[in-house]
Design a protein around this ligand. Structure first.
Ligand code: ADP
Ligand code: MG
Length: 242
């Protein structure tokens, strides 16, 4: 069953046609890694899924809700879609605990004590129990990104989107963030992950999607894509990054 269904998705910025017709369906619990060259539209694709970018044509359906249907409450729908960005986007003036509690409190989804308990549980889950009272500028990049993941999880989403979550990290911090994502995957979270970490994609992805020039050029299991890519552009991309 398709948890996320993208049909004929197009996105243009003025005359720049970035997404030229994307069709993809992601099943519940599936982990999809999106790879491809810079500028191929990967971030735009993720941003269109939760409507951070307004789509030009096509449909995005999450949990059987058409996100472009004017009758759909987009804010409500977004509560189920967690997003993690390359540059963390934490609130600098809030403590770690408050960063995680903020959305569920602000939206009235959890009571103060529930939000606090949830935040502490999530901090424990990402291995940062001792950082509840720290501020973002006191954390390493890897710690910030783990807080950002905990913050997204605080809304209890059933879909998580990651846009190059480890690209801004020093190499020694990549593993700790990928470890948290791997745990999430094994717990059955539905995830779409844009990444340059080919080792992670190979190990964790159920499916690897190669994008280039605004199209999904090729997709398949990690064994298929990394072991036996069929499309010339996939082959040439993988030659450069592997
Ligand atoms: P990727 O994540 O694969 O590197 P992006 O989705 O970020 O690619 O960008 C694809 C293209 O879309 C680029 O040409 C970029 O300039 C353009 N683009 C992305 N966001 C915007 C925007 N907000 N306004 C105008 N152009 C944009
Ligand atoms: Mg990008």
């Amino acid at each position: 069953m398709g948890k996320i269904k993208v049909e004929g998705l197009k996105k243009s910025f003025g005359t720049n046609h970035v997404l030229k017709g994307i069709d993809i369906s992601v099943n519940e619990g599936e982990v999809v890694c999106v790879i491809g060259p810079s500028g191929s539209g990967k971030s735009t694709f993720l941003r269109c899924i939760n409507q951070l970018d307004e789509i030009t044509a096509g449909r995005v359906i999450v949990d059987d809700r058409d996100l472009n249907d004017p009758k759909t409450n987009i804010n409500k729908a977004r509560e189920n879609i967690g997003m993690v960005f390359q540059h963390f986007n934490l609130f600098p003036h809030f403590s770690v605990l408050k960063n995680i509690m903020f959305a569920p409190r602000e939206l009235g989804i959890l009571k103060e004590q529930e939000a606090r308990d949830t935040a502490l549980r999530l901090l424990d889950r990402v291995g940062l129990s001792d950082k509840a009272d720290s501020y973002p500028n006191q954390l390493s990049g890897g710690q910030k990104q783990r807080v950002a993941i905990a913050r997204a999880l605080a809304m209890n989403p059933d879909v998580m989107l990651f846009d190059e979550p480890t690209s801004a990290l020093d190499p020694e911090m990549v593993g700790e963030v990928l470890g948290v994502m791997k745990d999430l995957a094994s717990e059955g979270m539905t995830m779409i992950i844009v990444t340059h970490e080919m080792g992670f994609a190979r190990e964790v992805a159920d499916r690897v999607v190669f994008m280039d020039g605004g199209y999904v050029v090729e997709q398949g299991t990690p064994v298929e894509i990394f072991g036996n890519p069929k499309n010339e552009r996939t082959i040439s991309f993988l030659e450069k990054v592997l």
